[in-house]
Design a protein around this ligand. Structure first.
Ligand SMILES: [Zn+2]
Length: 88
């Protein structure tokens, strides 16, 4: 009879441990998902910065860093002086 009681206690303990481990794993998975969502959200603002292409060399740069002459963008003073090279 004592053995049966011990077996029941062990069985219940095993069940509780399994439930606890499963809950911990789920929490870790949710934390990971939240981290991934945050990472995706963190890298997303990059395209918010408007990029332009230098009319002389074709390099891509952020609009605030570009030298705007009329509606042409240039990466530096030299290229602005050289004028547009791309006819696209
Ligand atoms: Zn350039």
């Amino acid at each position: 009879m004592k053995l049966i009681i011990w077996l029941v206690i062990l069985f219940a303990g095993w069940h509780l441990a399994r439930r606890w481990i499963r809950r911990k794993l789920q929490q870790q998975i949710e934390a990971l998902k939240a981290q991934q969502a945050q990472a995706a959200g963190g890298s997303a603002p990059a395209p918010v910065v408007d990029t332009v292409v230098c009319a002389q060399c074709g390099v891509h740069l952020a609009r605030p860093e570009a030298l705007m002459i009329g509606n042409q963008a240039y990466c530096c003073r030299e290229h602005a002086d050289a004028g547009p090279a791309h006819t696209a």
